[in-house]
Design a binder for this molecule. Structure first.
Ligand code: GDP
Ligand code: CO
Length: 395
């Protein structure tokens, strides 16, 4: 892969956010890893070295098997796949069908796939025993939701001894786009070899049909809103206006497992925006209570602009207002958010929602950092009970 070296960088405490990087060649050939002042070439071997240490978490809920299979086709073979499914087990056992399809697929390809159900009782027990009951519902199993599935995937990546962790949705129509994302994750890690690296993808375009023509939209409404507010927040801290953040709600993202285990996860649509906020809270040196050890650790966010168009299953746009509210909510309710940005957020909500706007934007559920969980207990729980309830295909 051949990528632009980022020109801009915003530094807030020990967090550095690099500007959006263009991709110049999806396949930059073999040979040395080299750069000039503008462009870096990360050869295929280096990408695969990173991928061998990478788990790709694929959250699934009721997706068509053909779509899931396409996503797996796109994930390079060096990666370990962790599929976390919350599909129903009755009356039709959709999870059973997924397992069967994946077993077959794993047999053909020799792919490393771990399949686990989000409601697996062994998993729930591992969380309870590890002193992290926050994720469990009244009946004692892991709550539903993509963010909850992501937390499960994060810990399973640790359980499997991986160093890097990437996320890819299971409803992507283009295997080639999935392949590109994973290559970009690997390139991001190769270019930023630190312990705390976060790679976030900004789609180049999203195809839509408008008046019988294809139209390639660049920015969705939710990213426009969350990027704008995150940039406003950064502007408040530095005193200089910035537009550095382009990936405020990038569902396609990857990070080192070490960093993932430090972060809080917000439930619902806010998970990605909250990662920015939580990094600022922990590493920005803004809060007095910030752990001084942490502020000394460097954290890098690298943003890469993908080339393939992004197209996923259309589930209607009804929830776009809720998505925007959820992202803005985590900014609003953060202790680092200054009054002036809070006011702007409420103006934004009132402009979009009119009469139905609440007096104050509702908070969303936030799961505490996984550093609160006893990792050894959790892993022992997985060793004990997961093997019986999950299907491992040549992991
Ligand atoms: P959108 O792309 O943000 O509109 O959201 P989607 O509905 O496409 O969900 C994103 C991904 O999360 C898809 O791959 C879904 O199958 C998956 N997903 C949604 N809900 C859940 C859940 O409760 N658990 C898990 N494990 N995955 C989920
Ligand atoms: Co989707």
């Amino acid at each position: 892969m051949r990528l632009e070296i980022p020109r801009d960088c915003e530094r807030i405490g020990s967090l550095q956010i690099y500007g959006l990087q263009k991709v110049y060649e999806l396949d930059g050939g073999t040979g040395p890893h080299e750069n000039d002042s503008m462009v870096e070439r990360v050869p295929g071997e280096v990408l695969h070295d990173r991928m061998r240490e990478m788990a790709i978490v694929v959250p699934v809920k009721n997706e068509r098997l053909k779509l899931i299979e396409g996503v797996l086709v796109g994930i390079p073979s060096s990666c370990q796949v962790i599929l976390v499914s919350n599909s129903p087990r009755g009356p039709v056992d959709r999870f059973g069908l997924e397992k069967e399809a994946l077993e077959n697929f794993g047999r053909f390809t020799g792919k490393k796939i771990l399949v686990v159900h989000q409601k697996d009782p062994g998993l729930a027990k591992a969380f309870a025993d590890a002193g992290y009951p926050h994720l469990l519902d009244k009946t004692g199993v892991v709550r539903s939701g993509k963010a909850e599935g992501m937390i499960v995937g994060t810990l399973l990546a640790k359980w499997l001894g991986k160093k890097y962790l990437g996320f890819v949705d299971s409803d992507n129509y283009f295997p080639g786009a999935v392949q590109e994302y994973v290559n970009e994750y690997a390139a991001g890690f190769a270019m930023n070899p630190g312990r705390n690296t976060f790679v976030r993808i900004s789609w180049h375009s999203k195809p839509k049909v408008m008046e019988n023509n294809l139209f390639f939209a660049k920015w969705g409404r939710s990213s426009v809103n969350s990027n704008a507010m995150l940039n406003r927040l950064l502007t408040q801290f530095s005193g200089f206006e910035t537009e550095i953040v382009k990936t405020g709600n990038a569902g396609e993202h990857a990070l080192t497992v070490d960093l993932a285990l430090q972060l809080e996860y917000a439930a619902g649509y806010a998970v990605e925006t909250h990662h920015y906020i939580n990094l600022l809270e922990h590493y920005g040196g803004i809060l007095e209570s910030t752990d001084p050890e942490k502020v000394r650790e460097k954290v890098t966010i690298c943003q890469i602009e993908s080339r393939n168009p992004h197209m996923h299953e259309s589930k209607g746009d009804d929830h776009v207002e809720d998505m925007i509210d959820a992202s803005l909510s985590v900014i609003y309710h953060s202790p680092i958010c200054p009054e002036i940005v809070k006011q702007e957020i409420m103006e934004n909500v009132r402009t979009r929602r009119g009469e139905s706007a609440l007096e104050e934007i509702a908070p969303v559920r936030i799961y505490p950092s996984l550093s609160e969980l006893n990792l050894n207990e959790f892993m022992a729980g997985c060793d004990e009970s997961l093997n019986f309830n999950a299907v491992t295909v040549r992991a």
